[in-house]
Write a protein that binds this ligand. Structure first.
Ligand code: ADP
Length: 472
């Protein structure tokens, strides 16, 4: 049994004032792994005060000093790659290959930020003025359970690069992963108060953090509903808010794509991270005349996927992260059936052979109308909707017929044609012929997928304010 009963405030592990104990549940077995003691509003205020006290000195550090801190943070996190991977498997149900990648990704964020910082000019001439980019101030970083260490580290890296001090509020359901990164940060010898971490409920600690006047900036990743609450709460004190929210990303198979390769790739894009990914390609748009072929290829791809113990290297899909998620996914599978979509793989209930754990069947629906709930709402599980289109114009129209606009994927044998389609899509990122990631390129959404951009120079500027200075 693990008992996480400390917060990280002002450079030390401290007992929380809050006393609520939340059980941590292994989603593959439904067994209680341990407990986390949650912070309350008073703890949140203490963390903000520490960040505020550390700000004057930290905001004046040099580029070289901050690059050195980022390099130490990288080394400290990478040194814990194994325990971080194991916690991700145990606490979240991330399959081992994904969980290993996440540890590397989390650590790498610090080096990417260091590179961005080194190349960035904090002062420039604009017209007759000197424009100085200054740290925005105390920054609150609120992160979700589906990519806990990765979100914490990528947000923290940028805040530090900018010279901001931070209060991190991770998901209360990721306490084991949080504890490991907190220990890494502590070891990295960062000035006290620059990094503060409070486990706590969103409606308690999160509310204090998003309303407290000493907080200048909020960087949030999570659901669209919660993002809207935070944006409203932050408005009164005009915090700078960036929101990385949900998606219903289209994968467009153009008629000249290599379907034998593209369909299995599209399934992997849809079911990445157990389907619990904001960038999951959860709508597959295919030419009408090719539906039968696509369905056959999709069925073959699903039957080769292994659902099960996330610690088993052969597993491709682990359990849903918690009971709420399991029920949510089951609800959407039932709704798809009620609304008349055709089930071509998977379906309701646990997969055969499982009588416990939050495992769901990887599920594919065909004959989905883009107006159905399963095509419009974010399910956040391994459920793929196949929607057919008549021609390229209609494919683009269906792709854009969404409240979301985070990501899209286009498959074609003609990259120029795919790029032309990409330019017509109302989304923040488009990947052509597979899953791609560039850690320096901006990441964020159009429409209800969010506000602002993370990573690279765009991400760095989101933690800066521009000051214009003009001389007579
Ligand atoms: P989920 O509901 O799937 O856990 P959320 O978007 O609600 O996803 O959670 C993302 C993060 O936002 C978590 O750290 C959560 O505690 C936090 N959060 C939830 N509600 C609020 C709120 N009202 N104010 C601030 N943060 C919140």
């Amino acid at each position: 049994m693990r008992n996480i009963d400390h917060l990280y405030i002002d450079g030390a592990f401290v007992k929380p004032h809050g006393s609520e104990r939340l059980p941590l549940v292994n989603p593959a077995t439904e067994e209680v792994l341990g407990h986390v003691v949650l912070a309350d509003k008073e703890d949140a205020r203490r963390a903000i005060a520490a960040a505020r006290n550390a700000l004057p000195a930290f905001s004046r550090t040099t580029k070289a000093q901050r690059v050195a801190i980022l390099e130490r943070l990288h080394a400290a996190v990478i040194a814990r790659a194994e325990p971080l991977r194991d916690a991700t498997i145990q606490e979240y149900g991330g399959p081992v290959s994904r969980a290993s990648w996440v540890s590397q990704y989390a650590a790498q964020a610090f080096l990417d930020a260091a590179r961005t910082l080194q190349a960035y000019e904090f002062e420039r001439r604009v017209g007759s003025a000197t424009v100085v980019m200054e740290p925005v101030g105390v920054s609150v970083l609120i992160t979700p359970w589906n990519s806990s260490a990765g979100s914490i580290c990528s947000k923290l890296a940028m805040a530090i690069a900018a010279g901001c001090t931070t209060v991190i509020k991770p998901s209360e359901m990721s306490a084991l992963q949080t504890q490991i990164v907190a220990e890494a940060f502590h070891e990295a010898d960062v000035p006290a108060g620059v990094i503060n971490i409070v486990n706590g409920r969103g409606d308690v600690v999160g509310t204090e953090l998003s309303t407290n006047p000493d907080v200048a900036r909020i960087s949030f990743t999570g659901s669209t509903g919660t993002g809207k609450i935070i944006a409203r709460q932050a408005l009164d004190t005009m915090k700078r808010v960036s929101l990385a929210l949900g998606g219903k990303s289209p994968t467009i198979l153009l008629d000249d794509a290599d379907f034998e390769k593209a369909v299995p790739a599209a399934l992997n894009i849809a079911f990445q991270n157990n389907g619990q990914a904001c960038i999951a390609g959860s709508r597959l748009l295919v030419p009408r005349g090719r539906l039968t072929q696509v369905v056959e290829l999709a069925q073959a791809a699903v039957s080769s996927m292994k659902v099960g113990d996330p610690a088993d290297p052969a597993t491709t899909i682990g359990p849903m992260a918690n009971r709420t998620q399991f029920d949510r996914v089951q609800g959407y599978i039932r709704r798809g059936l009620e609304q008349g979509a055709t089930l071509v793989a998977g379906g309701p209930g646990r997969p055969r052979g499982f009588d416990r754990g939050y495992f769901v069947e990887p599920t594919v629906f065909a004959n989905v109308g883009n107006d159905m709930a399963i095509a419009q709402e974010e399910i956040f599980g391994p459920v793929l909707c196949i929607v057919t289109y008549r021609d390229e114009d209609e494919a683009v129209a269906i792709a854009n017929d969404s409240a979301f606009g985070l990501h899209a994927y286009v498959f074609s044998s003609d990259v120029l044609r795919a790029q032309a389609v990409a330019r017509r899509l109302e989304v923040g990122r488009v990947a052509i012929n597979g899953m791609r990631h560039d850690p320096l390129a901006p990441f964020g959404g159009y429409k209800q997928s969010g506000v602002g951009r993370e990573f690279g120079p765009f991400g760095l500027e989101s933690f800066l304010e521009a000051k214009t200075i003009m001389a007579a």
